[in-house]
Unconditional design. Structure first.
Length: 285
């Protein structure tokens, strides 16, 4: 225990008793050394999906010193690493990357004025059971889209429904629910092209471009699907069966702000440039 003599008013002497767990400057004594801090950061770097408690257990086994998961989290934050949800993408094969790169090179000279005339369409499947993405990873700021921080995942939904829609600047189609089987070629003509796409073609004119088979996973409507899924999941009364899921999807689709759709279409110039820079890999859009 440290004793310190201080002079008070009128030269009165008194003693200040300093607790043993505080340093001379008044701060709490660190439970780890700088070398041990580096060990903690290195442990999280080697396995980004490990938990703070697991790192604490590993630290105990390696050093014989017990620390809390909160201490681990503080040391990782001090080392520039933060717990974040991984970016989730479907897997990209070599063929996917090649196709993406080729498609982007073909459209590299397109301007925002060119993309204004494009109707982007896509199908997407929504289900009652969605990925809660509770697993966290330790990463540095600004590194969300590095390959080591991306989680690739195929979709295996249960109790799901398939929908189709198209978006463009200042417009969208209505949300089409694909019921009673898959979307065959004839159904695509009867239920998509004739009642929906033909109307946009007549409105836009000769410059109209319909992209129904965009480069793999480079369709800006994917961002809209993500927003739609979040809106459905955030409803006061989330869907509990297929009928309520279809109703929720339809209602939330109509509520999506047009500015959101316009923004993702206008981002195509940046998307193409970014995809070329990354040689067809995952991009931060």
């Amino acid at each position: 225990m440290n004793l310190r003599i201080c002079a008070g008013l009128y030269s009165t002497l008194f003693l200040i008793v300093e607790p043993p767990w505080r340093t001379a400057r008044g701060g709490r004594v660190r439970s780890t050394t700088p070398a041990e801090d580096r060990y903690i950061v290195l442990s999280a770097k080697r396995n980004r999906r490990t938990t703070a408690q697991t790192v604490a257990n590993q630290f105990l086994a390696a050093s014989g010193k017990q620390i809390s998961r909160k201490t681990v989290a503080r040391r990782l934050r001090g080392g520039g690493r933060y717990a974040r949800r991984p970016i989730v993408y479907v897997p990209l094969t070599r063929q996917h990357r090649t196709a993406r790169l080729q498609w982007c090179r073909e459209h590299h000279n397109w301007t925002e004025q060119d993309w204004i005339c494009v109707l982007f369409s896509d199908e997407s499947r929504f289900s009652l059971s969605s990925d809660c993405r509770r697993q966290l990873i330790w990463r540095e700021s600004g590194t969300a889209y590095r390959p080591e921080n991306i989680q690739e995942k195929d979709r295996y939904p249960t109790c799901s429904t398939m929908v189709w829609a198209g978006i463009m600047i200042n417009g969208r189609t209505r949300l089409l629910v694909v019921v009673n089987g898959t979307m065959t070629g004839q159904r695509y003509v009867d239920e998509v092209l004739l009642p929906h796409v033909r109307l946009f073609r007549g409105t836009v004119g000769d410059k109209f471009v319909f992209l129904d088979d965009n480069a793999t996973y480079l369709n800006p409507i994917e961002n809209v699907w993500d927003a739609l899924g979040r809106q459905v999941a955030g409803r006061n009364y989330p869907p509990t069966n297929k009928n309520t899921l279809i109703r929720a999807l339809t209602e939330e689709w109509d509520k999506l702000p047009q500015q959101l759709l316009d923004n993702v279409v206008q981002s195509m110039v940046r998307r193409v440039e970014c995809c070329i820079t990354l040689h067809g890999g995952h991009i931060s859009y």
